[in-house]
Design a protein. Structure first.
Lengths: 92, 132
């Protein structure tokens, strides 16, 4: 199953720019460096996995100075990772 | 069509998470600059000089308050409990800087302004380190 989303914000620039349309695959394999769709505080965010340990993942925005991520809300459980980036459908 | 597609946030947190220390840094530097301007005025009994003096004090007051506002925001909204592991003196650093901003408001002192500039620079370094 696929999740199609529209990127809002700048915390993943230059990789994902605002307005881009991206496609995530549900139950994709999460590896270090994967870009994932995660649910944090009832809100879907897109971040990069920079580390994993014991079923939890450290997320970071590529544009670190503009990103709220695991540095602020801690590691994210596997259950909260909703998909792995498959492709950028429309790059803005 | 684009706006019918569900958004995913590559965004800061809500409240707005675009945190920075430039504003506080510039505000502290402005306070110091106002003292320099006042020192250059010399005798303020002349009307134009008195006018410039009053304006410089007003600007110092405004920017010292801006420092306080920015530091309150960073301290309460950006820094999290986990930051205390890396920066155990965080709360005291902010407390002293905010008190120093008050001191700058209460005085016409180059020394007090320089202390504030240093306090804010220390916080800016902590902020930069926290982003690594």
């Amino acid at each position: 199953m696929l999740h199609i989303r529209r990127v809002v914000g700048h915390s993943m620039e230059p990789t994902l720019t605002e307005g881009s349309i991206v496609c995530f695959i549900k139950k994709g394999t999460i590896t270090s460096n994967s870009i994932v769709l995660a649910k944090i505080n009832d809100r879907e965010v897109v971040k990069r996995v920079i580390a994993s340990e014991g079923g939890t993942f450290e997320l970071r925005g590529d544009n670190a100075t503009q990103s709220t991520d695991s540095r602020h809300y801690g590691r994210v459980d596997r259950r909260d990772i909703k998909g792995v980036l498959l492709t950028i459908l429309v790059k803005k | 069509m684009r706006y019918f597609i569900k958004p995913v946030y590559a965004h800061c947190d809500l409240p707005c998470g675009i945190y920075e220390t430039d504003t506080a840094t510039h505000a502290a530097a402005t306070c110091l600059r106002m003292i320099e301007k006042i020192e250059q005025l010399g005798d303020t009994s002349e009307l134009d000089h008195h006018n410039a003096f009053v304006r410089a004090i007003q600007i110092k007051e405004e920017h010292a308050q801006k420092v306080k506002d920015q530091l309150y925001l960073l301290w309460s909204d950006y820094f999290k409990p986990e930051h205390l592991e890396k920066f155990p003196d965080l709360h005291n650093t902010f407390w002293l800087a905010i008190k120093q901003a008050s001191k700058v408001k209460q005085t016409v002192s180059r020394e007090e302004c320089e202390k504030l500039v240093n306090n804010v620079a220390e916080i800016a370094n902590i902020f930069a380190e926290s982003k690594k």
